[in-house]
Design a protein around this ligand. Sequence first.
Ligand code: HEC
Ligand code: HEC
Length: 212
Amino acid sequence: MGRVVLLWVLLCGSAQAFAQSSEMMDRLAALEQDPVKREQAYAAAEERILLCSKCHGKDGNSKRDYIPNLAGQNPQYLFDAFEKYVDGQRTDFVMNQAAKLLTINERVNIAYYFSQQQVQLRPAAAALDKALVEKGAQRFAAVCITCHGQKAQGHDNFPRIAGQPREYLTHALQRYRDKDPSRADSPMLAVAALLSDEDVPALTAYLSQLQP
Ligand code: HEC
Ligand code: HEC
């Protein structure tokens, strides 16, 4: 009996997430076909991101190296991240509260807005050790390409990780390796278990200098 109830709860939960995600895809598709709607979404987002821009930058290039860039990120991934912060599947003190303040419409507009911005590499990315970057490229090709794509650009709800600040990448990978509960259901937990202590600096060096 307990199992049936659990299954029911799981199905309803994922059905709701699925319905919101497909609603989001419909809205995004509508934006892509209609230049007027696109401009409206962009303008509405620009107004709504005043708070977000203090940390993530107005153009989605974050103000601090421990904060992720949102510029050039896949809109579906951004939208799903809001959902996860709202329902607690992903935890971060500021983001759990910030995401709750946004309506579904605002989440769509903001995801669209940031996906349209250009990632700017950090100055430190130019000075990275070439051999370390090359080692990272090899590890990326062996372990990460299947999900994150040839150039780490991601797709749909697989995030673009090219051009993220190195500090953010290091922190994210370390938390996956530590099985930190902040992203409890992530497929990255199994992936990170394959990485050695030497892999992390190599992968983060490679990814942080990769122009998306
Ligand atoms: C006080 C700083 C701060 C503010 C304000 C803030 N964020 Fe964040 N945001 C962060 C940090 C730090 C993270 C990384 C947290 C984590 O690891 O889950 C993050 C993560 C995110 C992510 C996930 C990105 C990824 O690569 O997985 C999204 C999307 C996001 N923020 C959007 C927003 C939006 C939209 C707003 C405004 C409503 C906002 N943030 C306001 C600091 C902030
Ligand atoms: C099985 C598919 C899969 C593989 C293989 C994979 N990833 Fe991921 N990765 C994901 C998914 C899905 C997410 C988003 C889930 C989440 O929020 O935790 C993610 C998230 C990430 C993030 C956090 C991005 C952000 O903006 O917060 C980093 C960093 C990352 N992956 C790096 C890597 C690296 C490096 C490798 C190779 C060593 C790799 N991934 C291999 C599926 C994969």
